[in-house]
Write a protein that binds this ligand. Structure first.
Ligand code: CP
Length: 304
C-alpha cells in the first residue's frame, strides 16, 4: 500500500507514467468512466478548500466511484476531540482511499501510519501540497512539452506558501532548472529551501521587484499572501497587495511565458490578465482533475 505525502514520494519515472496516464484520460475520458466502480473516496478536510476537495470528488466520480467525507472539522468528531489517528482507523472501515487536508503540518503523515487505506496529503499547514505540485507539473509538461531547462519565477508569499515549497522540491530533480524568488523581505522562501538548493547546486536568486526579472522568465508562478498563516492582521494588510500582476507588467514578459497560480486568487493577478493567452491558471485547475484521476487509479493499483 502506498500513500502520497510529499511530491518526492514518486520517482521522476513514476511521475512520467502518472502524467502519461493523466494525458490519456484527458484524451479519452469514456475509457476510464468505470475504472473505480464500487470504490469509495473519503475526503477529510479540516481546512477550507474549493479546488482540491472538489477536484478529488470530481475525479473519483468521473472514474465511476463514490465519495464520502467532511469539508469542515467542526462537522466531524474532531470538534469533540477525536485524533486524526482514530479518525483514519474508522475511515479505513468506510472507504478505499482518503484525501486529507489539515492545518497542522504532518497530520496526514500521522494518519497514514495508522491507516489501512492509501492516504493522500491534500495540504498540511505551510508544509506541502503534493497534489497541487502534480497539477503544476502536469500543466507545465502538457503546455510546454517537457519539464527541464526552465527559469521559473515564484512570486508573492514564499514563506507560508506550501504550493511553492512542494513545487521547488519537485522541480530540482529536472536538469537546467533555475529559480528566481520574488518576494518582500518578510515573505522570503525559508532557509531550509535555499540551503537545499545550494547543496544541490541549483541556481537561484532572490529579488524584490517583479518588473526587473519578467523578461527572463519561462514561467511565472504567482501566489496569494496566506492570510490564515499570519500572526497579526497589521502585517497581512501591509503585505497583501505587494504584487499585482497586470497587463502593463505582462508587456515585459516573453510571448511564450506561462502564468501559473494554484488559486484562489485575491488581488495578486488583475482580472484583465485572464484573457491573455499566457494566463494558464484556469487550465491548471482543469489539469488538477486529470492528475487526481490518474493518482487515485495508481494508488488503488488500477493503473496497469
Ligand atoms: N489550490 C488549492 O489548494 O485550492 P483550494 O485551497 O481551493 O483547495
Amino acid at each position: 500500500m502506498r500513500h502520497l505525502m510529499n511530491p518526492l514520494d514518486f520517482s521522476v519515472e513514476e511521475l512520467d507514467r502518472l502524467f502519461d496516464l493523466a494525458n490519456e484520460i484527458e484524451k479519452n475520458p469514456a475509457k476510464y468512466a468505470h475504472v473505480c466502480d464500487g470504490k469509495i473516496l473519503a475526503t477529510c478536510f479540516y481546512e477550507p478548500s474549493t479546488r482540491t476537495r472538489l477536484s478529488f470528488e470530481s475525479a473519483m466520480t468521473r472514474l465511476g466511484g463514490r465519495v464520502i467525507g467532511f469539508a469542515d472539522a467542526n462537522s466531524s468528531s474532531a470538534a469533540k476531540g477525536e485524533s486524526v489517528s482514530d479518525t483514519i482507523r474508522v475511515i479505513s472501515c468506510y472507504a478505499d482511499i482518503c484525501a486529507m487536508r489539515h492545518p497542522k503540518e504532518g497530520a496526514p503523515m500521522v494518519a497514514s501510519e495508522k491507516s489501512r487505506i492509501p492516504v493522500i496529503n491534500a495540504g498540511d499547514g505551510g508544509h506541502y501540497h503534493p497534489t497541487q505540485t502534480l497539477t503544476d507539473l502536469l500543466t507545465i509538461r502538457s503546455l510546454k512539452g517537457h519539464l527541464d531547462g526552465f527559469t521559473i519565477g515564484l512570486c508573492g508569499d514564499l514563506k507560508f506558501g506550501r504550493t511553492v515549497h512542494s513545487l521547488i522540491n519537485a522541480l530540482v530533480r529536472y536538469p537546467g532548472t533555475r529559480f528566481i524568488f520574488i518576494s518582500p523581505e518578510e515573505l522570503k522562501v525559508p532557509d531550509y529551501i535555499t540551503e537545499m538548493l545550494r547543496e544541490k547546486n541549483v541556481p537561484y536568486e532572490e529579488v524584490i521587484r517583479l518588473e526587473n526579472v519578467m523578461p527572463q522568465l519561462d514561467m511565472l508562478y504567482m501566489t496569494r499572501v496566506q492570510k490564515e498563516r499570519f500572526f497579526n492582521e497589521e502585517d497581512y494588510v501591509r503585505l497583501k497587495d505587494f504584487y499585482v500582476l497586470d497587463t502593463a507588467k505582462m508587456e515585459l514578459a516573453r510571448e511564450d511565458m506561462l502564468v501559473l497560480h494554484p488559486l484562489p486568487r485575491v488581488n495578486e493577478i488583475s482580472v484583465e490578465v485572464d484573457d491573455d493567452p499566457r494566463a494558464a491558471y484556469f487550465r491548471q485547475a482543469q489539469y488538477g482533475v486529470y492528475v487526481r484521476m490518474a493518482l487515485i487509479m495508481t494508488l488503488l493499483g488500477l493503473a496497469s
